[in-house]
Design a protein around this ligand. Structure first.
Ligand code: PHB
Length: 370
């Protein structure tokens, strides 16, 4: 078989992708008070449908799962209808789209929670810093540690979100297990100090994530479910005393469950090559954990974090990953795959319009002229 490139097709567990350039999940904070996507979201995603696969912005599975204003949900009829407009628009343009299922856990605030409730978490450990709320930036508060008998309800939130995602016409779902949100909080021991069956050993810390994966597989089948991890991500006050042991164990379990893909956020890995390093140096410097993950996980591996054209090509050609997800480059370059093929200049996104606002900086970035 010919060596694959960024623009080669890929068989994602039976779903044919036109290329290996994935649009990464990105919060854009443009949903209204009902957390439903609208016409603008449909336009935005359809404009980017030349990606081999789109993974939506993180989407809360329940009202408890919200952290910031403007993030969409997948727990109400209005949200399902709004997302159906999005999937119809993307499919109409020939694209593929997965829904990212999200619960922020402690990365929230009572102002965002029903009845001013405390955000929930594995343990009562307050993250550093502040969070955007309906009433501006607010310091994080001490979260409430979930009771053991509440775990089944968290699993149900994800099961319902997964079923609603099916009703909304998605091609599959990605469970967000990274970046310091609820499932990552359970997984990494810097945020999980529980002494029940959901804390302590690695097997216990990955218990809730795996219960959720099994529930979502029950809705979709394993082929159509992805999972996102970020083993070294410090964002949202995260740490782990042994990332290799934690994420090798999690990867092995996801392999056993036959998951469709694993999405690895590589940011902040120790020893990474600087941005100006050659692709050879970059490949050589990728953390050993990622090579272990690639060896253990037999299905599709997607990588992410600061990839450009050359590094994306290199990681695919080396067989170190199957797909590369690009985030920021997709904001201002709706036709990113074409620009990568043509090695065209990339437009820079305006930071002022990344989060929130209207059409400006969202659906008005032009494609290249023919
Ligand atoms: C964010 O809303 O800032 C956000 C959401 C999901 C991520 C990372 C950041 O994975």
């Amino acid at each position: 078989m010919a060596v694959p490139h960024l623009m080669s097709g890929h068989d994602l567990a039976g779903l044919a992708l036109a290329n290996r350039v994935v649009m990464a999940p990105m919060t854009r904070s443009r949903a209204g008070a009902d957390c439903a996507p609208g016409d603008m979201h449909a336009t935005y995603y359809a404009q980017r449908s030349s990606a081999g696969l789109i993974v939506t912005e993180a989407t809360q599975v329940s009202p408890q799962g919200i952290g910031n204003p403007g993030t969409p949900g997948i727990y109400s009829n209005a949200q399902i209808a709004g997302w159906h407009m999005v999937t119809d628009a993307v499919h109409g343009a020939g694209g593929r789209i997965y829904l990212q299922l999200w619960h922020v856990g402690r990365i929230s605030h009572p102002l965002m929670q029903a009845g001013g409730a405390l955000p929930v978490a594995p343990s009562a450990i307050k993250p550093d810093g502040a969070v955007m709320t309906w009433d501006g930036m607010q310091d994080f508060v001490m979260p409430r540690a979930l009771e053991t008998d509440e775990m089944a309800g968290i699993v149900e939130q994800y099961r319902t979100g997964a079923a609603n995602g099916r009703a909304a016409g998605f091609d599959g779902v990605e469970i967000h297990g990274g970046n310091g949100y609820l499932l990552d909080q359970f997984t990494r021991d810097g945020a999980n100090r529980r002494n029940d069956i959901y804390g302590g050993s690695v097997a216990n810390r990955i218990r809730l994530p795996l219960e959720i994966v099994e529930a979502v597989i029950g809705v979709w089948g394993a082929d159509r479910v992805g999972y996102r991890i970020s083993p070294f991500q410090p964002y949202n006050t995260m740490s782990d005393s042994d990332p290799e042991a934690t994420f090798i164990a999690l990867t092995a379990e996801l392999e056993t469950l036959g998951l469709g893909y694993l999405h690895v956020v590589e940011v902040s890995a120790p020893g990474a090559a600087p941005p100006d390093a050659s692709v050879t140096e970059f490949l050589a410097a990728r953390h050993a954990l990622y090579k272990r993950i690639r060896d253990i996980f037999s299905r599709t591996v997607m990588v992410n974090s600061g990839y450009d054209r050359a590094r994306g090509e290199a990681v695919i050609e080396a067989g170190a990953a199957d797909l590369v997800s690009y985030g920021r480059p997709f904001i201002a370059n709706p036709d990113l795959p074409r620009r990568l093929v043509e090695n065209a200049d990339l437009a820079a996104p305006d930071p002022a319009t990344m989060y929130g606002g209207g059409a400006g900086g969202y659906i008005d970035y032009p494609k290249l002229m023919d």
